[in-house]
Design a binder for this molecule. Sequence first.
Ligand SMILES: O=C[C@H](O)[C@H](O)[C@H](O)COP(=O)(O)O
Length: 218
Amino acid sequence: MTQDEMKKAAGWAALDYVTPDTIVGVGTGSTVNHFIDALGSVKDQIKGAVSSSEASTARLEQLGIRIFDLNEVSELAVYVDGADEIDGSMAMIKGGGAALTREKIVAAVADRFICIVDGTKTVEVMGHFPLPVEVIPMAREYVARELAKLGGQPVYREGVVTDNGNHILDVNGLKITEPKVLEAHINAIVGVVTNGLFAERGADVLLIGTPNGVVRKP
Ligand SMILES: O=C[C@H](O)[C@H](O)[C@H](O)COP(=O)(O)O
């Protein structure tokens, strides 16, 4: 089974958590693209979606799924999204596709975060995947120096501008044993919009695509 087939299995399994007549929170990335395809198959049974990126919006619209602005929505039953790494406490690193800030905002509104991954994304300690940090462009070098003080090696993701017009620093070399503490610490640096740690608001349900089927946690 290929990695993409495992992503597809997890993406389609997330359909079980979508309830009829609701607006669905939709993340970003190659795993979520499979979920969006799955959502297309039930598009007449849902009201529509709140999207976390221009890329997901385009894919949702292509399938005829109505997009709602988050400001017109006061509740979302579920938010479905992928992750770059997820640990045993359901904390995640996200932002490999630079969509972390909008993802964190939509996730904050949702009652339940359904995380969909393939089997390569589960880890004991996060940090092997470089931690993305979205920064206001003029603060980039200042924030990089502050991140280096925390023991990381930040690298500017050149050529990438987020949907919010900002830059991304990818922080290498972190061993993230206290994700909530690090999430708050990095977010407190002036010029940081947000970082890719989703620990304060972690996942509620994890669906892992494996060669033996989809493993569900808890
Ligand atoms: O910014 C991107 C998102 O956080 C993605 O959900 C994350 O990078 C996982 O993406 P993929 O499913 O493509 O591995």
